[in-house]
Design a protein around this ligand. Structure first.
Ligand code: NAP
Length: 306
């Protein structure tokens, strides 16, 4: 059991990430009290019903006297939420976030940050396609990386405490520069999501293959795209609107490679295809060796029913 790190933590937004933080913080005995606030009455009611934390009816109430405030809302809501809670933040407290894009969050949050309140950006590289307060679980961050993005003028001791908090939640942590964060995420998360959305959209539009055929035979590869493409539409709209440059750069490179593979298929260049797939297979091995996925066939799932 870890030592208590903050007396009071406030969660703004009560979705997948906030509820997982809540469960993991309780598991680790990391905090004295957790308060929370979400925009809709429905979500606040669910939070109360499942006993997630002390759910408040306003953001102001939730952050009052909090030592750590964690913004767990979609990127587009970070600025408005920060404007709302800023006058109620405790002097000397720390605000952090979990947003998937960092430059846009710094731009939205910093103008509202009161003097004497710290801000440290964070991004847990863990998630599922589920949303809402019921979807969280204590193990979400275990052995996954959380990228800690301090920004230019961050106080070293505050950053160290936030980093230790994430480690207490089960995560591995590393510090990173704002723009480098956004480029890495464009490669490992944002572009892959867009490709998955596209692939699922293509299958949906293809008249010559029936919906039943797509569903029944999806274990052949398509199923893994559908899981990613089921992710929250609001969150992902905001990610693409705010990590525009890095995502477009990666998609440009992706398109070039796709054309090269297309040409190899058309011209029967088997060597090109084989060499390419050999290189990509090694990346998969690297992920398994780093403990970031299971080597079990079919990603550890049970046999397909199809
Ligand atoms: P989620 O399950 O959809 O929850 C979002 C929460 O934000 C909901 O409780 C929602 O309240 C609340 N909210 C939205 N706008 C608000 C506003 N203006 N004021 C107060 N509350 C507001 O989302 P999530 O998956 O936890 O994602 C939250 C953040 O984590 C996002 O910034 C995302 O980029 C980041 N993130 C997500 C993942 C992932 O895989 N899901 C991974 C890493 C980081 P209502 O329910 O009342 O609308």
């Amino acid at each position: 059991m870890s030592d208590q790190m903050y007396k009071k933590v406030a969660l703004i937004g009560l979705g997948l990430i906030a509820s997982s933080i809540c469960h993991a913080a309780k598991r680790g005995g990391l905090v004295g009290e957790i308060t929370g606030y979400a925009r809709s009455q429905e979500t606040r009611d669910i939070g109360r019903e499942i006993g997630l934390c002390t759910v408040c009816d306003t953001g102001a109430e939730a952050v009052a006297d909090a030592d750590l405030v964690i913004l767990c809302v979609p990127i587009g809501a970070m600025g408005p939420v920060m404007a709302e809670i800023a006058p109620h933040l405790k002097a000397g407290s720390t605000v952090t976030d979990v947003g998937s894009v960092k430059r846009a969050v710094f731009d939205a949050v910093l103008p509202h940050l009161p003097t004497g309140v710290h801000f440290v950006g964070c991004h847990p590289m863990a998630g599922t396609e589920h949303s809402g307060p019921r979807s969280g679980f204590a193990e979400l961050f275990d052995s996954r990386w959380t990228l800690v993005v301090p920004g230019a003028d961050a106080d070293a001791q505050t950053v160290a405490q936030v980093e230790a908090f994430w480690q207490g939640l089960g995560a591995m942590t590393t510090q990173m520069d704002i723009d480098h964060h956004d480029l890495i995420c464009a490669v490992v998360s944002h572009a892959p999501h867009l490709i998955a959305y596209t692939m699922v959209g293509v299958a949906d539009d293809l008249g010559r293959v029936t919906d039943t055929e797509v569903v029944n035979y999806s274990a052949a590869g398509f199923r893994d795209f559908t899981r990613i493409a089921a992710s929250d539409p609001t969150m992902w709209r905001d990610v693409f609107l705010t990590n525009k440059d890095a995502t477009l750069e990666i998609l440009g490179r992706f398109t070039e490679e796709l054309f090269a593979l297309q040409r190899a298929i058309r011209t029967g260049d088997g060597d090109h295809l084989h060499d390419y797939f050999t290189r990509t297979r090694a990346i998969r091995r690297g992920i398994i060796e780093a403990g970031q996925d299971t080597a079990a066939p079919n990603f550890g799932r049970g046999p397909s029913k199809s």
